[in-house]
Design a protein around this ligand. Structure first.
Ligand SMILES: [Cu+2]
Length: 208
């Protein structure tokens, strides 16, 4: 196909106008007879142009949509992953806090360790010898978020004037000597119903 054929209107099989390269003005300079006449597109060419433009637009739209979908999926995956990491990390931290109890340092003397939480004391009965000093160390396994008592627990024996209050997740101790043999009641009056709660009390047996 020659250059001249391209500018002639109405030729069959001509490519749509938008595909034709820019016409060079040099070809007809100095020769007015060869000056190209403006091209009038035929109805078929117009339709082909429109169809092609539409096709390109549709393809672009489709590609854009696919790109958007891919990006959205990627962002959703990233968001899900980060939320998962956060939740798992928080859960792990809470579990670690809940189950990891460091051992208390050793104490000199006759020491009895008792732990307490909302479920009660770890020991329901404590036996001591009369006339011998004994140290009771009470440990609270509850944290300060407990609305009932704020995580504090108590180990008190009224007859012996012993009153130990352990702070949340902490410990406190007292040393006393029981002179008279007998069975006494120790209790916590801070949490969940106090003395009336049977799980928050126990027996201190003083043997002769
Ligand atoms: Cu208690």
């Amino acid at each position: 196909m020659t250059w001249r054929a391209r500018v002639l209107p109405g030729k069959a099989r001509r490519k749509p106008r938008i595909l034709r390269p820019l016409q060079s003005r040099k070809r007809w300079q100095g020769n007015p007879r060869r000056r190209p006449r403006p091209h009038i597109a035929t109805a078929g060419e117009e339709a082909a142009d429109r169809a092609r433009r539409e096709f390109v637009m549709q393809r672009r739209t489709r590609e854009q949509r696919d790109r958007d979908h891919r990006r959205e999926r990627r962002m959703r995956a990233v968001a899900f992953a980060s939320v998962s990491v956060l939740v798992l990390g928080a859960a792990g931290f809470l579990l670690f806090q809940a189950f990891w109890k460091p051992n208390l340092p050793r104490m000199a003397g006759n020491v009895i360790d008792i732990s307490a939480d909302m479920g009660g004391f770890t020991r329901k009965e404590v036996r001591v010898k009369a006339g011998q000093p004994v140290t009771v160390r009470l440990r609270s396994l509850d944290n300060s978020h407990h609305t009932d008592g704020g995580g504090k627990h108590q180990w008190a024996v009224d007859e012996l004037d012993v009153n130990i209050i352990a702070p949340p997740l902490g410990s406190s101790s007292a040393t006393f000597t029981a002179d008279r043999p007998g069975t006494y009641t120790f209790y916590c009056d801070i949490c969940c119903g106090g003395r009336a709660n049977p799980t928050m009390s126990g027996r201190l047996v003083v043997t002769g």
